[in-house]
Design a protein around this ligand. Structure first.
Ligand SMILES: CC(C)(COP(=O)(O)OP(=O)(O)OC[C@H]1O[C@@H](n2cnc3c(N)ncnc32)[C@H](O)[C@@H]1OP(=O)(O)O)[C@@H](O)C(=O)NCCC(=O)NCCS
Length: 205
């Protein structure tokens, strides 16, 4: 069944384990201001998985992505079958199977294409792009474009120098009213003009 879309939101939006937006349960997923998701992302969590949240920054474009926050079996054991967990044997909740590689953190201004899977412990940098049907198992650099299974970087959106300047601007933390007033700069290809504006206005607030 198709998940509902994230409603428009000027502030952070949280989703609980039942998929309820701003529900009463502990937030499993947080999306920063304006982050757009035509389907609320699926959080795949297994019993005994640590309660790691998924955090997405602001102004993201999030396709129908699946975040697998745990469910790793021990490949260094004789058997990957989770005997204690499945059969309810002593030590079931504490033997380290299943396990998670840690929280998932997605930066701001990240575009994630359709049918993407992101595994536990992964951090995706600001401005990155994840191609359709990618499986992301490792961290993604800011402003990198990654594709495939396993997802590999094909290029960076801009030169390293421009990436540093864009990161330094932290435009996604500026007051939303200001951000909306410079849409022509943000949805345009004149990076230098944007960076001149960023330099002229100074720091974060
Ligand atoms: C990744 C993407 C953004 C294109 O980025 P790009 O930097 O312009 O990449 P290119 O088109 O130049 O392709 C670079 C290489 O990656 C390959 N590639 C592109 N997208 C790919 C994908 N999703 N999976 C696997 N390989 C992919 C290309 O075939 C090309 O391979 P080559 O170097 O061997 O020729 C685009 O292909 C994509 O996946 N868009 C997502 C669309 C989507 O899901 N939209 C839903 C609404 S959010």
């Amino acid at each position: 069944m198709k998940a509902p879309p994230a409603p428009p939101h000027e502030g952070p939006l949280s989703v609980d384990a039942r998929g309820n937006i701003s529900g009463s349960g502990a937030p499993q997923l947080t999306m920063g201001p304006y982050t757009f998701a035509p389907e609320i992302p699926r959080i795949v969590r297994y019993p005994n998985d640590p309660d790691h949240p998924v955090t997405i920054g602001a102004y993201g474009s999030i396709g129908n992505v699946e975040f697998v926050v745990g469910g790793n079996h021990r490949v260094d054991w004789v058997s990957t079958f989770a005997f204690r967990h499945v059969l309810g044997l002593p030590g079931a909740a504490s033997d380290g199977c299943p396990s998670s590689a840690g929280p998932i953190v997605v930066g701001s201004d990240v575009w994630i294409g359709r049918d993407v899977t992101i595994l536990s412990g992964v951090s995706i940098g600001h401005g990155a792009v994840i191609g359709a049907r990618s499986v992301v198992a490792k961290d993604v650099r800011p402003y990198a474009i990654v594709v495939g299974n396993p997802a590999r970087e094909v290029r960076r959106r801009f030169s390293d120098e421009r990436v540093e300047a864009l990161l330094a601007s932290e435009w996604w933390t500026w007051p939303p009213a200001e951000v909306l007033s410079i849409v022509d700069l943000l949805n345009g290809a004149d990076i230098e003009r944007f960076l001149e504006y960023a330099a002229s206005r100074g720091g974060r607030a």
